[in-house]
Write a protein that binds this ligand. Structure first.
Ligand SMILES: [Mn+2]
Length: 307
């Protein structure tokens, strides 16, 4: 077994029992409440919470592994939102306003952990320690998109370990700012405006003029074949080329989650792997077992179902 082997685990969203089964399947053994492997470590891609039946247990497993030096983790958009939800903005509101929509998204986490409890405070304290991205000698991890331009813009909000500073969180939560947009790209992925004047009606009848793209797929070069979440509506999109600024052009492998991919886990690029296979929507919790290789292989994926 190679040393410095990492098992990168996709979005867990409160499915702690699936996480236990996945760790067990990969040869991790629980000792004293901590899952460990003799030769390997874990990296979590973020989104531990906001859905799923066992959010506290999920945090406990991940945090104990991180505290013991047996795992690393990056921040997901749901951890970012949890911090911004709880942080007063100084004007009687919060960095993430407590609107109906935001409240609905976050309420299951707040119910399970009990808003304002010690456990809630401890979870927030841990979220603050999570870097937005990790760049190791042989691999990279970010929640949604690897973008050096966005990293550079957001760096004024981060410390030397890529963790939000107190003031940085405030700036990055300020809708419309450059740092807000950079955090959106890294934590939620880029949205590209369609070519001038183009728009389409989505399944809910909403007119949309922007699409999320499969930035990691070198074969996804037009709006029609790069757009995500079109659910069969791809033909409504133009075949014109997408801007290339978000294409991943490196050969250092990058791992990420966030995109709710469906079906049997697979890899769409030699150097970029999405590990979110929708465990919280009847799909799979997946991991990539990395042992130093530059070119990724679908044979190194493992997964378990959510139930
Ligand atoms: Mn996400």
């Amino acid at each position: 077994m190679a040393k410095d082997g990492f098992d990168i685990i996709g979005d867990i969203h409160g499915h702690a029992s699936a996480l236990r089964r996945l760790l067990d399947e990969m040869g991790y053994v629980e000792e004293g409440g901590v899952f460990r492997h003799r030769e390997r470590r874990v990296i979590f891609v973020g989104d531990f919470v906001d859905r799923g039946p066992e959010q506290i247990a999920t945090l406990q497993i991940a945090r104990r592994m991180c505290d013991a030096g047996l795992a690393l983790a990056v921040m997901g958009n749901h951890e970012f939102n949890a911090l911004a939800w709880a942080e007063p903005d100084g004007n009687g509101s919060y960095l993430r306003p407590h609107t109906e929509k935001n409240s609905h998204q976050h309420k299951e986490f707040l119910r399970q952990i009990t808003e304002g409890s010690d456990a809630h405070a401890q979870a927030l304290a841990w979220f603050k320690t999570l870097p937005v991205w990790i760049d190791l000698p042989g691999l990279r991890v970010v929640h949604a998109c690897w973008s050096e331009a966005a990293q550079q813009t957001l760096s004024s909000c981060l410390d030397a370990s890529n963790r939000f500073t107190r003031e940085g969180l405030r700036e990055a939560a300020h809708r419309g700012s450059a740092t807000y947009n950079a955090a959106e790209v890294l934590l939620k992925g880029p949205e590209l405006p369609l070519p001038a004047g183009r728009s389409f009606l989505d399944k809910d009848g909403h007119r949309r003029s922007e699409v999320r793209i499969r930035w990691w797929d070198p074969k996804a070069l037009t709006f029609r074949n790069a757009a995500l979440g079109m659910n069969g509506d791809e033909a409504k999109l133009p075949e014109s080329p997408i801007p290339t600024e978000y294409q991943y052009k490196h050969t250092k492998p990058v791992f990420f989650g966030h995109y709710w991919l469906q079906g049997t886990p697979t890899i769409e690029s030699d150097y970029a792997a999405c590990l979110d296979f929708s465990v919280a929507k009847g799909g799979f919790l997946a991991a990539y077992r990395w042992s130093g290789e530059e070119k990724l292989s679908p044979g190194n994926l493992v997964w378990v179902n959510g139930t």
